[in-house]
Design a binder for this molecule. Structure first.
Ligand SMILES: [Zn+2]
Length: 470
């Protein structure tokens, strides 16, 4: 096998996202899937030249939290609360997913992420109704070609299409995660890392949760993804405090949401080196509190952004960056207004939120030595954004344009490990009409089956878990 030719990207406007750097220019040389050299004029006798004149070259986005399997349920959840989501998504729709549906959702969801410039993604995968579902979910990610962490979910979905027979964390899942970990799926590639998503922490007795964390660590999980401290839904569980008291915090933990984290819990997370994934759109829609990202970052927490439920939100980071930026500005401005003042200076800046969506996400996953910025020695996970489209022209300030103007359709090229997965604005090597037809058929079958379920008994079962609904 001959080595792939090096790639030399010329004439781009560079946003390296290295701390302290602003927009710059210069060439980027890529070989063996790695960034070899950055900046100035680079010459290489064998390299394939990519002329990126007029484009913005930057690291791919890092989405620290997504339930990729929900791709074919796009747009069902526009007006849902968390209670609706629990009853309808977790207890009903999930029961009707067959393994092939999971492959389609995960594969096409992973392709959608790549199309949108998300080169690394954490899949918090709680659609594992059988071992075949688990294999299909993982295969869907690997087949797409992006980087990420597959977090095997231990939540017991309803089986046999009877939502009332769900168990929170059935024993077979703990056995199956061992099977999957011991299999060959993670060997021979380091793009998709192994992780775990324990059963819902706030509905699980502490000894059981500690047992799941022990299992994750025994199996060498890179990340352990946990939903916690969900604003108004938090009923004093203080899961993070309990884990801290039990000595169970560690850098492998990735907490998600977290708006109701106490100051002591935030300090404990920072001290442990654990990560936090803030999902602005979910927090704002579902009453989970003010999205904590900038507050958590100020507390010293490794903080990234996440997209969460693609059954409701678009699968790109542009919108999440905008929501987070303006929500935080609104919070700070409102605090001044409450004291009779008005802002002289607007904070945080667009650059700060762009960092959070790239290098910040990499830090939350402890992958900053590999991804998150353009620097020699890092993997070549890069995106090239056009500035000559009708919504990007003229781009006077590259950072501002990426945060406030850009859309997935502006992304000309996406590269992971030096492999080009999107070029000239289109994903490479896929048969989209075929995939789209299969996804549509899957969606029709699942939604038709779900529509026949009487939600009344399930809502009655779920109500005690949501004691403070008003
Ligand atoms: Zn989630």
């Amino acid at each position: 096998m001959t080595a792939e030719r090096p790639i030399l990207i010329r004439n781009a406007r560079l946003l390296t996202m290295a701390d302290g750097s602003d927009e710059t220019s210069g060439d980027v040389l890529i070989a063996d899937g790695m960034i070899q050299a950055v900046g100035g004029r680079i010459d290489h006798p064998d390299a394939k030249i990519v002329d990126a004149a007029g484009g913005i070259l930057m690291p791919g986005f890092v989405d620290t939290h997504r339930h990729v399997w929900q791709t074919q349920l796009r747009s069902v959840a526009a007006d849902w609360s968390l209670f609706d989501y629990f009853v309808r998504m977790r207890m009903i729709y999930s029961a009707f997913y067959a393994p092939d549906d999971v492959w389609l959702g995960n594969h096409i969801g992973a392709l959608e992420a790549l199309h949108a410039g998300v080169t690394t993604m954490v899949d918090h995968c709680h659609i594992l109704n059988s071992p075949d579902h688990a294999d299909a979910a993982l295969k869907g990610l690997i087949d797409a070609g992006g980087r990420g962490v597959f977090c095997y979910g231990l939540f017991g979905n309803p089986r046999g299409h009877d939502p009332l027979v769900a168990e929170i964390a059935p024993d077979w899942l703990a056995a199956d995660i061992r099977r999957l970990r011991a299999g060959t799926d993670f060997s021979g590639q380091d793009r998709i890392l192994f992780g775990m998503a324990p059963a819902e922490a706030e509905a699980t007795p502490l000894p059981h949760l500690l047992g799941e964390l022990h299992l994750a660590r025994e199996l060498g999980a890179h990340s352990i993804s946990l939903h916690v401290a969900m604003g108004g839904y938090d009923q004093g569980h203080r899961v993070v405090q309990q884990l801290a008291d039990a000595g169970a915090l560690g850098p492998d933990l990735l907490f998600v949401h977290g708006a109701a984290l106490t100051a002591a819990e935030q300090s404990a997370i920072a001290e442990a080196g654990a990560g936090l994934s803030v999902t602005p759109e979910t927090e704002m829609q579902m009453g989970m509190g003010h999205p904590l990202a900038f507050i958590a970052q100020a507390a010293g927490i490794r903080t990234g952004l996440g997209i969460d439920i693609v059954s409701n939100y678009a699968g790109d980071m542009f919108r999440q960056m905008r929501l987070m930026l303006q929500a935080e500005r609104a919070r700070r401005n409102a605090a001044l207004e409450a004291r009779g003042g008005a802002p002289r200076q607007i904070t945080p800046t667009a650059r700060e939120v762009l960092r959070m969506a790239t290098l910040g996400g990499a830090e939350a996953l402890h992958l900053e030595d590999r991804i998150g910025s353009i620097a020699p020695g890092k993997r070549a996970d890069l995106i090239l954004v056009r500035t000559d489209t009708i919504n990007m022209c003229p781009t006077i300030d590259a950072v501002a344009a990426i945060v406030l103007n850009a859309a997935p359709s502006d992304i000309d090229m996406v590269m992971v490990d030096g492999r080009v997965l999107k070029r000239d604005g289109a994903l490479t090597g896929i048969d989209w009409p075929d995939l789209a037809g299969r996804l549509q058929a899957s969606a029709m079958r699942i939604t038709a089956a779900a529509d026949r379920v009487d939600r009344g008994p399930i809502e009655a079962m779920a109500a005690p878990l949501f004691a403070n609904l008003t």
